[in-house]
Design a binder for this molecule. Structure first.
Ligand code: PBG
Length: 337
């Protein structure tokens, strides 16, 4: 485009389009960037050997036996992904009312942590601290006679679970249960057992969201939960100030990083959290968000690469330091290509 004369005497004092005119100046003024350093890949592990089960509501996501999980971890590491988040899928017979499998030193999660850290010491391993994969009712904690999730008794079990993960070599424990006071209790447990460098990623602002549906299919807690809900401990999607209170408490209690979950519908919470606290702030682009984008892409309604990269960049713009996403591997491949 060359010189143009004004069609009339008017011209805008500021032309923001000038900087958008060519790729080089768009690049120079770009405020946010996604890199492989920002990505955390969630992985589902199952018992067995050479087992790979597709998750129906999450096309492209598989539950993997440990041998295949290790191969996948190596691929992710080679792509430059710093860390994975591990989710065990427990045999129904091992689920119980007291969730004791959660802190079995030889449980699936604990064995997987040990194998991952032994094979790839430089790959960060994040573990989920919550009881829902281990309870016969699919709730994140222990129940009283009225089926109410009891807080302090649950926290005691979460401490044992977190300690068993740290002992197995977990780098980061991530309580996703939303019990009150659990960060402080877990921090005290870790410190008094010599695990001073085990980091805590607190799912501080975890909402009672319907976007977790495909995840509950993946770990098999959906059928156990059968019509139940998590409204008495996860946050009401209507609230925003309350998220800041949750985060403030978790930081006081010793969290190293905080998390907002779900992701895309809650970018406002991420921004408020980052502005107010300025601490490492993570978000979880959850299973339902993955399913939505994937389904639209598979129908040819959206361009998968474009919308996934745009959604991940939006997390950065909102103030996220890192993002848990089932698109981690694809995004890393696109970033490296
Ligand atoms: C359980 C847990 C959930 C997710 C992560 N940890 C589900 C829930 O709270 O019911 C959801 C992740 C996703 O949807 O991708 N403590």
């Amino acid at each position: 485009m060359e010189k143009m004369s004004h069609p009339n005497d008017f011209f805008p004092a500021t032309r923001l389009r000038r900087m958008r005119y060519q790729a080089f100046s768009r690049r120079l003024m770009r405020e946010n960037r996604l890199s492989t350093d920002d990505l955390i890949c969630p992985l589902f592990v199952i018992e067995g050997h050479k087992q790979q089960q597709p998750v129906a509501s999450m096309p492209g996501v598989y539950r993997l036996s440990l041998d295949l999980l290790l191969k996948e971890a190596e691929v992710l590491l080679d792509l430059g992904i710093p860390a994975i988040a591990l989710f065990p899928v427990i045999d129904p017979q091992q689920k119980s009312l007291d969730a004791s499998e959660a802190f079995n030193p030889d449980g699936l999660a604990q064995r997987s942590i040990r194998a991952l850290k032994q094979a790839f010491p430089e790959l960060g391993v994040i573990t989920d601290v919550a009881l829902d994969p281990f309870t016969s009712h699919g709730q994140d904690g222990l129940l009283d006679a009225q089926d109410y999730v009891i807080n302090d008794e649950t926290v005691a079990v979460l401490c044992r679970q977190a300690l068993s993960h740290a002992e197995a070599g977990a780098d980061i424990v991530a309580p996703s249960d939303m019990m009150d006071g659990r960060i402080g209790a877990i921090r005290k447990t870790l410190e008094s057992n010599g695990h001073i460098n085990t980091r805590i990623l607190a799912y501080s602002a975890k909402y009672a969201s319907s976007f977790y549906g495909p995840f509950r299919d993946a770990v098999g807690s959906a059928t156990n939960l059968a019509g139940g809900n998590k409204y008495s401990y996860q946050m009401d999607p209507a609230n925003s100030d309350e998220a800041l209170r949750e985060i403030a408490l978790d930081l006081q209690e010793g969290a190293d990083m905080i998390m907002v979950k779900p992701g895309m519908p809650y970018l406002d919470i991420i921004r408020r959290a980052k502005d107010q606290f300025g601490v490492p702030t993570f978000a979880y682009q959850v299973s339902g968000e993955y399913a939505m984008l994937k389904a639209a892409a598979q129908n040819g309604w959206l361009d998968e690469r474009q919308v996934v990269m745009e959604s991940l960049l939006a997390f950065k713009r909102a103030g996220c330091d890192a993002i848990l996403t089932y698109f981690a591997k694809s995004a890393a491949q696109w970033l490296n290509s």
